[in-house]
Design a protein around this ligand. Structure first.
Ligand SMILES: [Fe+2]
Ligand SMILES: [Fe+2]
Length: 263
């Protein structure tokens, strides 16, 4: 059984450079934008899974669920701390955060669909987390954001199967899983895209720089090939399970070092 427990990220965000993602304004705003969705998203994930606690009697999965709540809670706190740094850099982020709050408290979706959406978004998170540890473009991120994202990514990789295993026990329907994926993907593209556009507008970089930076990200295939297509290609398999591709060995050393340094 995989034991899952939370670790606290304590680094300050006082010294975050403006274009902290390899000097690339577009890549920075893409991750800044998704950062604004994380805290409310993670609270949604926890609510969606917690509703089923009484229906899960496997003690190992129940223990993993508790670890999952604790980790997502810590992630939400750390990313919310970074909000302050974004505001200090002059960004108006309230509108994006409010949209995320409204969308992630859906009134017309069933409990099962909310869980299915959570599973889909956890899959996206795991795909992005893997890039943090394997893609040379991500290795160029500046501190302290690099440390924040490595820490978050490692725990996402550690708990990537928890929500899926709960959904599988509650309702293993393929249609439900893919329905959640469709809603999650559409919502993610729209809100992430709108947030990025808003931040890019506020950043006011020159046209030539924007063109160069957008070309670098698109040329790198980060959004299309490495995130959205890869995520879909894995998820559509009827026998998909997050741990078919268990990449915990990628982050084991990182987690051990993190715990030693925190001790
Ligand atoms: Fe998280
Ligand atoms: Fe997660």
């Amino acid at each position: 059984m995989r034991a899952i427990h939370a670790r606290t990220f304590r680094r300050s965000f006082d010294d975050v450079p403006r274009d902290w993602f390899a000097g690339n304004t577009f890549a920075t705003q893409l991750v800044n934008s998704i950062n604004l969705l994380f805290p409310e998203g993670e609270r949604f994930f926890v609510r969606s899974v917690k509703r089923y606690e009484k229906d899960i009697d496997d003690p190992e999965l129940r223990a993993q669920m508790r670890g999952f709540y604790a980790q997502e809670g810590q992630h939400a706190n750390a990313h919310e701390r970074y909000f302050k740094a974004m505001r200090a850099q002059g960004y108006d982020i309230d509108a994006i955060v409010t949209v995320a709050e409204r969308l992630l408290r859906p009134r017309y979706l069933s409990k099962e669909m909310c869980l299915s959406i959570t599973v889909a978004l956890e899959h996206y998170t795991a795909i992005m987390a893997e890039l943090m540890y394997t893609d040379p473009f991500f290795a160029k991120i500046d501190e302290p954001m690099k440390s924040l994202l490595l820490w978050h990514a490692a725990e996402e990789i550690e708990h990537k199967a928890v929500a899926f295993d709960v959904l599988k026990k509650i309702n293993p329907s393929y249609a439900l899983r893919m329905g959640g994926y469709a809603i999650a993907s559409l919502g993610l593209v729209l809100v992430w895209g709108a947030g990025t556009a808003s931040l890019m507008r506020q950043r006011r970089a020159g046209f030539a720089k924007v063109l160069r930076d957008v070309s670098e990200v698109l040329g790198n295939g980060v959004l299309g090939r490495k995130i959205f297509f890869r995520a879909l290609a894995q998820y559509v398999a009827p026998d998909f399970h997050p741990l078919t591709r268990d990449i915990l060995p990628l982050v084991r050393q990182y987690l051990e070092d993190f715990e030693r340094e925190a001790a």
